[in-house]
Design a protein around this ligand. Sequence first.
Ligand code: G3P
Length: 220
Amino acid sequence: MKFFLDTADLDEIEEAASWGALAGVTTNPTLYSRIGGKIDGFHDHIARICDVVDGPVSAESVAMTRDDIVRDGRILASIAPNVVVKLPIGVESLAATKTLAEDGVAVNMTLVFSAPQALLAARAGARYISPFVGRVDDIGSDGVASLEEIVRCIHNYDFGHECEIIAASIRSPYHVTAAALMGADIATVPFGALKNCVKHPLTAEGLAKFEADWEKVKNA
Ligand code: G3P
C-alpha cells in the first residue's frame, strides 16, 4: 500500500516527503481553507505542491455542471503533469469523468461511501476512487467495513483501465492497518496520523532502554 498525505500544507508535505515514503498528496477545499488559502493563489499553490511531490497530487474542482467541471478539470490538469482532478461523486461529475478520462486526464472520485458509487466511478473512467473511513465511523457506522465492501467490489472486476482505491478520511494507524489488510492500494493520511504511524509505545520504551544502557556503557 502506498502512502499519500492528506493536506494542503507545504511544510507538512516537505517534511513527509523527506521521510522517503511519500507517494502522493490529496487536497480538498477544506484543507486549502485550513492553511488560509485564497482563490487567486490556488493554482500556484497546487503547482508548488507538484514541485515537491514525486507522485500524483489531487486538486479538487468545485464546479457543478459537467461542462464547467470539464473546463475546470482541463485547467487544473494543465498546472503540472502530476495533477489529478478530484471530483465529488454525482451525476454531473460522472459525466465529466468520462470526458476527462477520454482526454487522458486522471480523475480521483471523492466523497465515496458505497460500493455502487465506487463501481459507477470506475466504469466512468476514474483513475482513483476515494472511499471515506473516518466520516462513516463519525455517524456511528463501521468505516472499515464500508471500505472493505468497496475494495472487494472494485477488485472483482477489470474496468479496462488502471483504477486504484485511496482509503481516505483516515484518522489512525488502525485505519491504515485495516486498509492495507484488505488490499486498498493507497491510504491518504493526515500529517498527525502519519506521525502516529511511525510511533509505537514499545518502540519508545525500547529506545529509552537503549539510551539508558548506553549511558552505562559510556560510564563503565
Ligand atoms: O481527502 C479528504 C478526506 O480524507 C477527508 O478526511 O478527516 O475530513 O474526514 P476527513
